[in-house]
Every structure is written in structure tokens, then in C-alpha cells.
Design a protein. Structure first.
Length: 196
């Protein structure tokens, strides 16, 4: 297994802000300002929405920083104030994902990586999640989004990349990918002559 890991490390390198973080520990990556929201639910269902949010700041030093970041998150995501005392498990899937995304703000991230945030969500919840992603982008945060719902993902993005079997096939402005008839036919499940 160790030999395989070293072979993979020789083939691929992950850099961020000019630093090789390929083998960096999660703590080191967090120190670089990298946060990850996995596709699976990551809330504590029997804790309140607000307590779940506070868990994002467990490693932040200084109450003032936590308080300022809580205010930023609450301003960006109204659900936090509206459902503050509710158990997180009582929220809809889209509301839960909003809390997960908002929780990242407690760490003041430089890059938020979202893995399939809309998976398993109904259309209304999916809309809430993409609105949350839009709010992050509007706040100046950098978001790396991996999303199989290509139309919604591209609509929320500035730049899009099309991966096929783990290989990057195209990188363009997201708006160009959305309107390209070949991309629509091959990757978005639409025929170019059909309305979107």
C-alpha cells in the first residue's frame, strides 16, 4: 500500500497558493484555509441549528472572531436565525445543506470545496442550495463545486470544467458551456434544437 501511495504522489501533485499540499494533513490544509463540505449530511441532528453552526468555529481563537463570523453567516443565510433553536435533524435537506455551508464561514475559508451539494434533494431544496452557493460567490469566497446536476452547477459558476472518466475535457466560461450545443448534446442530456 505504501508503494502505491508513493507512486500516486509521483504522478500527481496538489498545490494551493503555490504550496504542495499533496500529503498535507487535514489540520495543515485547514490552516491554508481549505474547507470541504462532503455530499453526505454532516450535521449533528439532535443539536440546534445554532450549536451546529458554532461547531464550525471550535478551532477559532478569540470570541470576537467567532462572533463576527456568526453575524456574517446569519446575514448570508436567513435560515440560521429563523430556525436557530430547531434541532438540525428537523430541517429539510436543503436547509440542512445551507447550515453545513454556512458553518464553513466560521473558519474564514479561502476555498470552499462542495461535493455534490444537491444530491438527493427535491427541486425546492436544490434551489435553496444553489442560492446559498451564489451568496458565497457574491461574498467574494472561492468555491470549487463538483456537481452532477450540470445545468444548475454551471448556472452558479463563473468557470466550468467537464470531466470525463477522470480526465478534464473542457474548461471554459460556464455561460459558454451552458450554451454550447455540442456540450448540451454530449454532457447536459439535451439536444441542441430543443429548448433548455
Amino acid at each position: 500500500m505504501a508503494r502505491r501511495k508513493s507512486l500516486v504522489a509521483q504522478l500527481y501533485a496538489v498545490t494551493f497558493a503555490g504550496q504542495d499540499i499533496t500529503s498535507a494533513s487535514p489540520r495543515v490544509k485547514l490552516g491554508f484555509g481549505l474547507v470541504h463540505v462532503p455530499q453526505d449530511r454532516g450535521l449533528f441532528p439532535h443539536m440546534t441549528v445554532w450549536d451546529n453552526l458554532l461547531m464550525g468555529g471550535y478551532s477559532v481563537r478569540g470570541n470576537r472572531a467567532v462572533k463576527e463570523r456568526l453575524q456574517e453567516a446569519a446575514a448570508m443565510f436567513p435560515i440560521l436565525a429563523e430556525r436557530r433553536h430547531a434541532h438540525a435533524g428537523s430541517l429539510s435537506g436543503g436547509e440542512q445543506k445551507q447550515v453545513e455551508i454556512a458553518r464553513t464561514l466560521l473558519l474564514n475559508p479561502r476555498l470552499i470545496m462542495l461535493d455534490e451539494p444537491s444530491i438527493g434533494l427535491d427541486p425546492k431544496s436544490r434551489k435553496l442550495v444553489f442560492e446559498a452557493i451564489g451568496a458565497l460567490a457574491a461574498s467574494g469566497r472561492t468555491v470549487l463545486l463538483v456537481e452532477q446536476n450540470a445545468r444548475s452547477g454551471l448556472a452558479a459558476a463563473h468557470v466550468g470544467a467537464v470531466l470525463e472518466s477522470g480526465v478534464v475535457r473542457l474548461v471554459r466560461a460556464a455561460s459558454e458551456l451552458l450554451t454550447d450545443p455540442d456540450v448540451a448534446r454530449l454532457y447536459l442530456g439535451a439536444h441542441p434544437e430543443l429548448p433548455k
